[in-house]
Design a protein around this ligand. Structure first.
Ligand SMILES: *[C@@H]1O[C@H](CO)[C@@H](O)[C@H](O)[C@H]1NC(C)=O
Ligand SMILES: *[C@@H]1O[C@H](CO)[C@@H](O)[C@H](O)[C@H]1NC(C)=O
Ligand SMILES: *[C@@H]1O[C@H](CO)[C@@H](O)[C@H](O)[C@H]1NC(C)=O
Length: 419
Protein backbone atom coordinates (compact mmCIF):
# COMPACT_ATOMS: atom_id res chain seq x y z
CA UNK A 1 0.00 0.00 0.00
CA UNK A 2 1.16 3.47 -0.75
CA UNK A 3 1.93 4.84 2.63
CA UNK A 4 5.20 3.41 3.73
CA UNK A 5 8.11 1.11 3.55
CA UNK A 6 6.84 -0.49 6.72
CA UNK A 7 5.09 -2.92 4.43
CA UNK A 8 8.39 -4.01 2.97
CA UNK A 9 8.57 -6.97 5.25
CA UNK A 10 11.42 -9.36 4.97
CA UNK A 11 11.41 -12.61 6.85
CA UNK A 12 9.08 -11.44 9.51
CA UNK A 13 9.03 -13.73 12.44
CA UNK A 14 5.82 -13.10 14.21
CA UNK A 15 3.03 -15.54 14.76
CA UNK A 16 -0.06 -13.80 13.56
CA UNK A 17 -2.32 -16.44 12.18
CA UNK A 18 -5.70 -17.32 13.50
CA UNK A 19 -7.77 -18.56 10.64
CA UNK A 20 -10.60 -20.32 12.37
CA UNK A 21 -13.20 -17.60 12.00
CA UNK A 22 -12.71 -17.02 8.33
CA UNK A 23 -15.14 -19.40 6.69
CA UNK A 24 -18.20 -18.03 8.46
CA UNK A 25 -17.98 -14.79 6.55
CA UNK A 26 -18.05 -16.22 3.07
CA UNK A 27 -21.18 -15.55 1.15
CA UNK A 28 -22.52 -18.72 -0.35
CA UNK A 29 -23.05 -19.05 -4.03
CA UNK A 30 -25.90 -21.29 -5.10
CA UNK A 31 -24.34 -22.72 -8.26
CA UNK A 32 -22.03 -25.64 -7.86
CA UNK A 33 -20.72 -26.08 -11.35
CA UNK A 34 -17.03 -26.70 -11.81
CA UNK A 35 -14.81 -23.66 -11.61
CA UNK A 36 -12.39 -24.30 -14.43
CA UNK A 37 -9.59 -21.95 -15.35
CA UNK A 38 -7.42 -22.39 -18.45
CA UNK A 39 -3.65 -22.59 -17.96
CA UNK A 40 -0.91 -21.49 -20.32
CA UNK A 41 2.83 -21.95 -20.09
CA UNK A 42 5.12 -18.96 -20.51
CA UNK A 43 7.99 -20.13 -22.73
CA UNK A 44 10.56 -17.69 -21.41
CA UNK A 45 10.15 -18.36 -17.67
CA UNK A 46 8.63 -21.87 -17.91
CA UNK A 47 6.01 -20.72 -15.40
CA UNK A 48 2.29 -21.34 -15.73
CA UNK A 49 -0.46 -18.77 -15.58
CA UNK A 50 -4.19 -18.42 -15.86
CA UNK A 51 -6.53 -15.53 -16.49
CA UNK A 52 -9.55 -14.42 -14.52
CA UNK A 53 -11.65 -11.30 -14.19
CA UNK A 54 -11.78 -9.06 -11.13
CA UNK A 55 -13.78 -5.97 -10.16
CA UNK A 56 -15.99 -3.34 -11.76
CA UNK A 57 -15.47 -2.61 -14.55
CA UNK A 58 -14.25 -6.17 -14.98
CA UNK A 59 -10.54 -6.30 -15.62
CA UNK A 60 -8.76 -9.49 -16.68
CA UNK A 61 -5.64 -10.45 -14.80
CA UNK A 62 -3.07 -13.00 -15.86
CA UNK A 63 -2.01 -14.71 -12.63
CA UNK A 64 0.81 -17.17 -12.06
CA UNK A 65 -0.23 -20.58 -10.70
CA UNK A 66 1.49 -21.34 -7.42
CA UNK A 67 0.49 -24.51 -5.54
CA UNK A 68 2.45 -23.18 -2.58
CA UNK A 69 0.70 -19.79 -2.65
CA UNK A 70 -1.58 -19.09 0.30
CA UNK A 71 -3.90 -16.54 -1.31
CA UNK A 72 -4.78 -14.85 -4.56
CA UNK A 73 -3.03 -11.51 -4.89
CA UNK A 74 -3.09 -9.07 -7.75
CA UNK A 75 -1.61 -5.77 -8.73
CA UNK A 76 -3.79 -2.79 -7.82
CA UNK A 77 -1.62 -0.36 -9.74
CA UNK A 78 -2.33 3.35 -9.81
CA UNK A 79 -4.78 3.02 -12.71
CA UNK A 80 -6.85 0.33 -11.03
CA UNK A 81 -9.93 1.56 -9.18
CA UNK A 82 -12.67 -1.05 -9.05
CA UNK A 83 -15.91 0.43 -7.72
CA UNK A 84 -17.07 -2.88 -6.27
CA UNK A 85 -13.97 -3.37 -4.13
CA UNK A 86 -14.65 -3.69 -0.41
CA UNK A 87 -11.62 -3.59 1.87
CA UNK A 88 -11.83 -5.99 4.82
CA UNK A 89 -11.69 -4.09 8.04
CA UNK A 90 -8.98 -5.08 10.47
CA UNK A 91 -10.11 -6.11 13.94
CA UNK A 92 -13.19 -7.84 12.56
CA UNK A 93 -13.95 -11.55 12.57
CA UNK A 94 -13.37 -11.74 8.83
CA UNK A 95 -9.77 -10.62 9.20
CA UNK A 96 -7.58 -13.64 9.92
CA UNK A 97 -4.50 -11.60 10.72
CA UNK A 98 -3.47 -9.30 13.53
CA UNK A 99 -2.77 -5.67 12.75
CA UNK A 100 -4.06 -3.01 10.40
CA UNK A 101 -2.69 -1.37 7.30
CA UNK A 102 -3.31 2.18 6.21
CA UNK A 103 -2.53 4.50 3.37
CA UNK A 104 -2.24 8.24 2.83
CA UNK A 105 -4.68 8.21 -0.02
CA UNK A 106 -6.45 8.99 -2.24
CA UNK A 107 -8.77 6.08 -1.60
CA UNK A 108 -8.69 3.17 -4.07
CA UNK A 109 -8.20 -0.60 -3.94
CA UNK A 110 -4.75 -1.08 -2.43
CA UNK A 111 -4.92 2.27 -0.65
CA UNK A 112 -7.40 2.13 2.22
CA UNK A 113 -7.30 2.70 5.95
CA UNK A 114 -8.00 0.27 8.80
CA UNK A 115 -7.53 -2.63 6.43
CA UNK A 116 -6.79 -6.23 7.21
CA UNK A 117 -3.20 -6.96 6.14
CA UNK A 118 -2.43 -9.71 3.64
CA UNK A 119 0.93 -10.89 2.45
CA UNK A 120 1.66 -10.95 -1.22
CA UNK A 121 4.38 -13.54 -1.57
CA UNK A 122 6.34 -14.17 -4.73
CA UNK A 123 9.21 -16.63 -4.44
CA UNK A 124 11.17 -14.74 -7.13
CA UNK A 125 11.05 -11.39 -5.36
CA UNK A 126 13.51 -10.96 -2.53
CA UNK A 127 10.89 -9.62 -0.19
CA UNK A 128 7.53 -10.38 1.24
CA UNK A 129 5.19 -7.50 0.41
CA UNK A 130 2.25 -6.30 2.40
CA UNK A 131 -1.10 -5.69 0.80
CA UNK A 132 -4.67 -5.33 1.93
CA UNK A 133 -7.30 -8.02 2.17
CA UNK A 134 -10.41 -7.21 0.21
CA UNK A 135 -13.51 -8.58 -1.41
CA UNK A 136 -14.54 -8.00 -5.00
CA UNK A 137 -16.28 -9.79 -7.85
CA UNK A 138 -14.25 -12.61 -9.35
CA UNK A 139 -15.15 -13.96 -12.77
CA UNK A 140 -14.40 -17.61 -13.50
CA UNK A 141 -15.62 -19.05 -16.80
CA UNK A 142 -18.08 -16.14 -17.23
CA UNK A 143 -19.55 -16.75 -13.81
CA UNK A 144 -19.52 -13.84 -11.40
CA UNK A 145 -18.60 -14.97 -7.89
CA UNK A 146 -19.03 -12.83 -4.82
CA UNK A 147 -17.68 -13.15 -1.32
CA UNK A 148 -14.16 -14.29 -2.17
CA UNK A 149 -11.30 -12.74 -0.27
CA UNK A 150 -8.21 -11.72 -2.16
CA UNK A 151 -5.19 -9.54 -1.55
CA UNK A 152 -4.46 -6.46 -3.50
CA UNK A 153 -1.11 -4.71 -3.57
CA UNK A 154 -0.37 -1.37 -5.11
CA UNK A 155 2.90 -2.23 -6.83
CA UNK A 156 3.63 1.39 -7.74
CA UNK A 157 4.14 2.12 -4.06
CA UNK A 158 7.31 0.09 -3.82
CA UNK A 159 9.96 2.20 -5.47
CA UNK A 160 12.97 -0.06 -5.81
CA UNK A 161 11.45 -3.49 -5.33
CA UNK A 162 8.67 -4.94 -7.34
CA UNK A 163 6.29 -7.62 -6.08
CA UNK A 164 6.00 -8.84 -9.69
CA UNK A 165 9.74 -9.59 -10.01
CA UNK A 166 10.49 -12.73 -11.97
CA UNK A 167 6.91 -13.35 -13.08
CA UNK A 168 6.14 -13.71 -16.79
CA UNK A 169 5.62 -10.52 -18.74
CA UNK A 170 1.99 -9.52 -18.67
CA UNK A 171 1.17 -11.37 -15.45
CA UNK A 172 -0.11 -9.29 -12.56
CA UNK A 173 -0.11 -11.49 -9.50
CA UNK A 174 -0.33 -15.02 -8.22
CA UNK A 175 -3.18 -17.43 -7.67
CA UNK A 176 -2.22 -19.60 -4.72
CA UNK A 177 -3.58 -23.13 -4.41
CA UNK A 178 -2.00 -24.10 -1.09
CA UNK A 179 -3.74 -25.81 1.79
CA UNK A 180 -4.82 -22.55 3.39
CA UNK A 181 -8.04 -20.80 4.28
CA UNK A 182 -7.48 -17.98 1.80
CA UNK A 183 -6.61 -20.16 -1.20
CA UNK A 184 -9.40 -20.08 -3.79
CA UNK A 185 -10.10 -23.83 -3.83
CA UNK A 186 -10.64 -23.74 -0.05
CA UNK A 187 -12.87 -20.67 -0.22
CA UNK A 188 -14.93 -22.03 -3.12
CA UNK A 189 -15.38 -25.42 -1.50
CA UNK A 190 -16.47 -23.78 1.71
CA UNK A 191 -18.97 -21.44 0.07
CA UNK A 192 -20.44 -24.34 -1.94
CA UNK A 193 -20.50 -26.75 0.99
CA UNK A 194 -18.16 -29.13 -0.76
CA UNK A 195 -15.02 -30.81 0.53
CA UNK A 196 -11.89 -28.97 -0.66
CA UNK A 197 -10.50 -30.77 -3.67
CA UNK A 198 -9.01 -29.38 -6.85
CA UNK A 199 -7.32 -30.71 -9.93
CA UNK A 200 -4.39 -29.38 -11.85
CA UNK A 201 -3.29 -30.26 -15.36
CA UNK A 202 -0.31 -28.17 -16.44
CA UNK A 203 0.26 -27.90 -20.17
CA UNK A 204 3.43 -28.47 -22.11
CA UNK A 205 4.33 -25.45 -24.19
CA UNK A 206 2.02 -26.05 -27.13
CA UNK A 207 -0.92 -27.13 -25.03
CA UNK A 208 -3.62 -25.41 -23.01
CA UNK A 209 -4.02 -26.93 -19.57
CA UNK A 210 -6.55 -26.31 -16.84
CA UNK A 211 -7.24 -26.24 -13.16
CA UNK A 212 -10.60 -27.14 -11.74
CA UNK A 213 -10.91 -25.38 -8.41
CA UNK A 214 -13.77 -27.56 -7.19
CA UNK A 215 -13.76 -31.24 -8.15
CA UNK A 216 -16.72 -33.48 -7.46
CA UNK A 217 -16.67 -36.24 -10.03
CA UNK A 218 -14.19 -39.01 -10.37
CA UNK A 219 -12.08 -38.47 -13.43
CA UNK A 220 -12.07 -40.90 -16.33
CA UNK A 221 -8.30 -41.18 -16.11
CA UNK A 222 -6.35 -43.90 -14.39
CA UNK A 223 -5.00 -42.63 -11.11
CA UNK A 224 -2.69 -43.72 -8.37
CA UNK A 225 -3.05 -42.24 -4.92
CA UNK A 226 -0.60 -41.33 -2.20
CA UNK A 227 -1.05 -39.45 1.09
CA UNK A 228 -0.31 -35.74 1.23
CA UNK A 229 2.14 -35.27 4.08
CA UNK A 230 2.04 -32.36 6.49
CA UNK A 231 5.36 -30.71 7.13
CA UNK A 232 4.88 -29.58 10.76
CA UNK A 233 7.19 -26.61 10.22
CA UNK A 234 6.13 -23.52 8.26
CA UNK A 235 7.99 -23.48 4.94
CA UNK A 236 7.16 -19.96 3.79
CA UNK A 237 9.15 -16.76 4.26
CA UNK A 238 7.48 -16.13 7.60
CA UNK A 239 8.63 -18.23 10.51
CA UNK A 240 5.58 -19.06 12.54
CA UNK A 241 6.03 -20.96 15.74
CA UNK A 242 3.86 -24.08 15.84
CA UNK A 243 2.23 -23.47 12.46
CA UNK A 244 2.44 -26.27 9.88
CA UNK A 245 3.45 -25.72 6.28
CA UNK A 246 0.61 -25.14 3.84
CA UNK A 247 2.58 -26.62 0.97
CA UNK A 248 1.99 -30.08 -0.49
CA UNK A 249 4.49 -32.74 0.47
CA UNK A 250 4.44 -36.39 -0.53
CA UNK A 251 6.44 -39.21 0.97
CA UNK A 252 9.01 -40.42 -1.55
CA UNK A 253 10.48 -43.59 -0.05
CA UNK A 254 13.06 -44.19 -2.76
CA UNK A 255 14.07 -43.12 -6.24
CA UNK A 256 14.79 -45.57 -9.05
CA UNK A 257 16.51 -45.16 -12.37
CA UNK A 258 15.78 -47.98 -14.80
CA UNK A 259 14.54 -50.02 -11.88
CA UNK A 260 17.74 -49.57 -9.86
CA UNK A 261 17.23 -47.99 -6.43
CA UNK A 262 19.46 -44.98 -5.72
CA UNK A 263 21.60 -45.33 -2.64
CA UNK A 264 20.24 -42.36 -0.69
CA UNK A 265 20.25 -41.98 3.07
CA UNK A 266 16.61 -42.48 4.14
CA UNK A 267 16.95 -39.45 6.44
CA UNK A 268 17.40 -37.25 3.35
CA UNK A 269 14.03 -38.27 2.00
CA UNK A 270 12.07 -37.74 5.20
CA UNK A 271 11.21 -34.46 6.90
CA UNK A 272 13.29 -33.78 10.01
CA UNK A 273 12.12 -31.99 13.15
CA UNK A 274 13.25 -28.62 11.76
CA UNK A 275 11.13 -29.11 8.63
CA UNK A 276 14.06 -29.83 6.30
CA UNK A 277 14.04 -32.67 3.79
CA UNK A 278 11.10 -34.41 2.21
CA UNK A 279 9.53 -33.98 -1.20
CA UNK A 280 7.23 -31.17 -2.18
CA UNK A 281 5.34 -30.15 -5.28
CA UNK A 282 6.05 -26.75 -6.78
CA UNK A 283 4.61 -25.08 -9.84
CA UNK A 284 7.03 -22.17 -9.51
CA UNK A 285 10.06 -24.42 -9.90
CA UNK A 286 10.46 -24.97 -13.65
CA UNK A 287 12.57 -28.16 -13.38
CA UNK A 288 12.72 -30.62 -10.51
CA UNK A 289 15.38 -29.54 -8.04
CA UNK A 290 17.28 -32.07 -5.99
CA UNK A 291 19.22 -31.04 -2.93
CA UNK A 292 22.94 -31.33 -3.79
CA UNK A 293 23.64 -34.62 -1.98
CA UNK A 294 20.62 -36.28 -3.61
CA UNK A 295 21.47 -34.69 -6.94
CA UNK A 296 25.05 -36.04 -7.03
CA UNK A 297 23.90 -39.62 -6.52
CA UNK A 298 21.05 -39.18 -8.97
CA UNK A 299 23.21 -37.79 -11.76
CA UNK A 300 25.97 -40.36 -11.25
CA UNK A 301 23.48 -43.21 -11.54
CA UNK A 302 21.71 -41.59 -14.46
CA UNK A 303 24.98 -41.36 -16.39
CA UNK A 304 25.62 -45.01 -15.66
CA UNK A 305 22.20 -46.11 -16.94
CA UNK A 306 22.53 -43.84 -19.96
CA UNK A 307 25.87 -45.39 -20.76
CA UNK A 308 24.36 -48.90 -20.43
CA UNK A 309 21.88 -47.76 -23.05
CA UNK A 310 24.72 -46.44 -25.23
CA UNK A 311 23.61 -42.84 -25.17
CA UNK A 312 26.43 -40.58 -26.30
CA UNK A 313 27.35 -38.00 -23.66
CA UNK A 314 27.97 -34.46 -24.87
CA UNK A 315 28.89 -31.15 -23.19
CA UNK A 316 26.45 -29.85 -20.56
CA UNK A 317 24.04 -27.06 -21.36
CA UNK A 318 23.30 -24.89 -18.32
CA UNK A 319 21.45 -25.42 -16.04
CA UNK A 320 21.38 -29.07 -17.09
CA UNK A 321 24.29 -31.40 -16.53
CA UNK A 322 23.41 -34.74 -18.09
CA UNK A 323 23.26 -34.08 -21.83
CA UNK A 324 23.41 -36.48 -24.75
CA UNK A 325 23.55 -36.53 -28.51
CA UNK A 326 19.85 -36.70 -29.31
CA UNK A 327 20.55 -38.89 -32.36
CA UNK A 328 21.72 -41.68 -30.05
CA UNK A 329 18.50 -41.71 -28.01
CA UNK A 330 15.95 -43.17 -30.38
CA UNK A 331 13.38 -44.68 -28.05
CA UNK A 332 15.91 -45.47 -25.39
CA UNK A 333 16.04 -43.27 -22.30
CA UNK A 334 16.27 -44.26 -18.64
CA UNK A 335 12.98 -44.27 -16.74
CA UNK A 336 12.80 -42.56 -13.37
CA UNK A 337 10.45 -43.77 -10.65
CA UNK A 338 9.53 -42.10 -7.41
CA UNK A 339 8.46 -44.86 -5.05
CA UNK A 340 5.81 -43.44 -2.76
CA UNK A 341 4.08 -44.25 0.47
CA UNK A 342 1.41 -46.85 -0.19
CA UNK A 343 3.67 -48.75 -2.59
CA UNK A 344 2.67 -46.72 -5.64
CA UNK A 345 5.16 -45.35 -8.14
CA UNK A 346 5.22 -42.04 -9.95
CA UNK A 347 6.92 -42.93 -13.20
CA UNK A 348 8.66 -40.12 -15.04
CA UNK A 349 9.03 -40.96 -18.69
CA UNK A 350 11.01 -39.16 -21.38
CA UNK A 351 8.30 -36.61 -22.12
CA UNK A 352 8.78 -35.29 -18.57
CA UNK A 353 12.53 -35.80 -18.28
CA UNK A 354 14.09 -35.03 -21.67
CA UNK A 355 14.55 -31.44 -22.72
CA UNK A 356 16.04 -30.48 -26.06
CA UNK A 357 18.46 -27.86 -24.77
CA UNK A 358 19.84 -27.05 -28.22
CA UNK A 359 20.07 -28.62 -31.62
CA UNK A 360 20.84 -32.35 -31.33
CA UNK A 361 21.35 -32.09 -27.58
CA UNK A 362 18.91 -33.78 -25.24
CA UNK A 363 19.37 -33.15 -21.53
CA UNK A 364 17.96 -34.61 -18.37
CA UNK A 365 15.52 -31.92 -17.14
CA UNK A 366 16.53 -32.03 -13.47
CA UNK A 367 18.71 -29.47 -11.73
CA UNK A 368 20.98 -29.20 -8.70
CA UNK A 369 18.94 -27.42 -6.04
CA UNK A 370 21.99 -26.59 -3.92
CA UNK A 371 21.97 -26.81 -0.14
CA UNK A 372 20.40 -23.50 0.86
CA UNK A 373 16.70 -22.71 0.94
CA UNK A 374 15.30 -19.84 -1.10
CA UNK A 375 12.91 -17.40 0.60
CA UNK A 376 12.31 -19.90 3.38
CA UNK A 377 13.93 -21.19 6.53
CA UNK A 378 13.75 -24.82 5.46
CA UNK A 379 14.79 -26.82 2.44
CA UNK A 380 13.09 -29.80 0.82
CA UNK A 381 15.31 -32.56 -0.60
CA UNK A 382 13.19 -32.98 -3.71
CA UNK A 383 11.10 -30.23 -5.27
CA UNK A 384 9.02 -31.69 -8.08
CA UNK A 385 8.84 -28.93 -10.67
CA UNK A 386 6.67 -27.88 -13.59
CA UNK A 387 8.39 -29.82 -16.36
CA UNK A 388 7.81 -33.06 -14.46
CA UNK A 389 4.19 -32.11 -13.67
CA UNK A 390 3.07 -31.08 -17.12
CA UNK A 391 0.65 -33.36 -18.95
CA UNK A 392 0.10 -35.18 -15.67
CA UNK A 393 -3.33 -34.80 -14.10
CA UNK A 394 -3.13 -34.18 -10.36
CA UNK A 395 -5.99 -34.13 -7.89
CA UNK A 396 -5.37 -32.62 -4.49
CA UNK A 397 -7.92 -33.83 -1.98
CA UNK A 398 -7.47 -31.69 1.11
CA UNK A 399 -10.27 -33.31 3.08
CA UNK A 400 -8.74 -36.76 2.97
CA UNK A 401 -5.15 -35.48 2.49
CA UNK A 402 -4.53 -37.44 -0.65
CA UNK A 403 -2.87 -36.74 -3.95
CA UNK A 404 -4.07 -38.64 -6.99
CA UNK A 405 -1.80 -38.55 -10.01
CA UNK A 406 -2.08 -39.95 -13.50
CA UNK A 407 1.62 -40.05 -14.48
CA UNK A 408 2.02 -38.94 -18.08
CA UNK A 409 -1.34 -38.59 -19.78
CA UNK A 410 0.46 -39.07 -23.07
CA UNK A 411 0.56 -42.78 -22.20
CA UNK A 412 -3.24 -42.69 -22.00
CA UNK A 413 -3.23 -40.92 -25.39
CA UNK A 414 -4.29 -37.72 -23.68
CA UNK A 415 -2.79 -34.37 -22.85
CA UNK A 416 -3.82 -31.64 -20.46
CA UNK A 417 -5.79 -29.90 -23.20
CA UNK A 418 -9.24 -29.48 -21.85
CA UNK A 419 -11.94 -30.74 -24.16
C1 LIG B 1 -11.63 5.64 -6.88
O1 LIG B 1 -13.02 5.64 -6.99
C2 LIG B 1 -13.69 6.20 -5.87
C3 LIG B 1 -15.18 6.05 -6.12
O2 LIG B 1 -15.51 4.69 -6.33
C4 LIG B 1 -13.30 7.65 -5.69
O3 LIG B 1 -13.90 8.16 -4.53
C5 LIG B 1 -11.79 7.73 -5.55
O4 LIG B 1 -11.36 9.07 -5.51
C6 LIG B 1 -11.11 7.05 -6.72
N1 LIG B 1 -9.66 7.02 -6.45
C7 LIG B 1 -8.76 7.34 -7.36
C8 LIG B 1 -7.33 7.28 -6.92
O5 LIG B 1 -9.05 7.70 -8.48
C1 LIG C 1 -6.21 7.48 6.15
O1 LIG C 1 -6.21 8.23 7.32
C2 LIG C 1 -5.31 9.33 7.29
C3 LIG C 1 -5.31 9.97 8.66
O2 LIG C 1 -6.59 10.21 9.12
C4 LIG C 1 -5.75 10.31 6.21
O3 LIG C 1 -4.86 11.38 6.13
C5 LIG C 1 -5.76 9.57 4.89
O4 LIG C 1 -6.25 10.37 3.84
C6 LIG C 1 -6.63 8.33 4.96
N1 LIG C 1 -6.46 7.54 3.74
C7 LIG C 1 -7.47 7.23 2.92
C8 LIG C 1 -7.16 6.37 1.74
O5 LIG C 1 -8.61 7.60 3.11
C1 LIG D 1 -2.64 -44.84 -28.07
O1 LIG D 1 -2.57 -44.67 -29.46
C2 LIG D 1 -1.71 -45.62 -30.11
C3 LIG D 1 -1.56 -45.23 -31.57
O2 LIG D 1 -2.73 -44.67 -32.07
C4 LIG D 1 -2.27 -47.02 -29.90
O3 LIG D 1 -1.42 -47.97 -30.51
C5 LIG D 1 -2.38 -47.31 -28.42
O4 LIG D 1 -2.98 -48.56 -28.18
C6 LIG D 1 -3.19 -46.22 -27.71
N1 LIG D 1 -3.08 -46.44 -26.28
C7 LIG D 1 -4.11 -46.29 -25.43
C8 LIG D 1 -3.82 -46.51 -23.99
O5 LIG D 1 -5.23 -45.97 -25.82
Amino acid sequence: MASSSAFNLFLLSIAFFSLSCLSASLASSTKSQPFILPIKKDPSTNLFYTSLGIGTPRQNFNLVIDVAGENLWYDCDKNYNSSSYIPINCNTKTCPFIGCTGCNGPYKPGCTNNTCPANTFNTFAEYLFGGGLGEDFIYISQEKITGLLTACVETDSFSSFNPLTGLPKGTKGIIGLANSQLALPTQLASSNNLPPKFSLCLPSSNNLGFTNLVVKDVSKFVFQTTPLIVNPVATGPVSEEGVASKEYFIDVKSVKIDGHVLNLKPSLLSIDNKGNGGTKISTTTPFTELESTVYKTFIRDFFKKASDRRLKKVASVEPFEACFDSNTIGNSWPTIDLVLQGGVQWTIHGANSIIIAKKNVACLAFVDGGTEPRMSFVKASIVIGGYQLQDNLLEFDLASSKLSFSSSLLLQNETCSHS
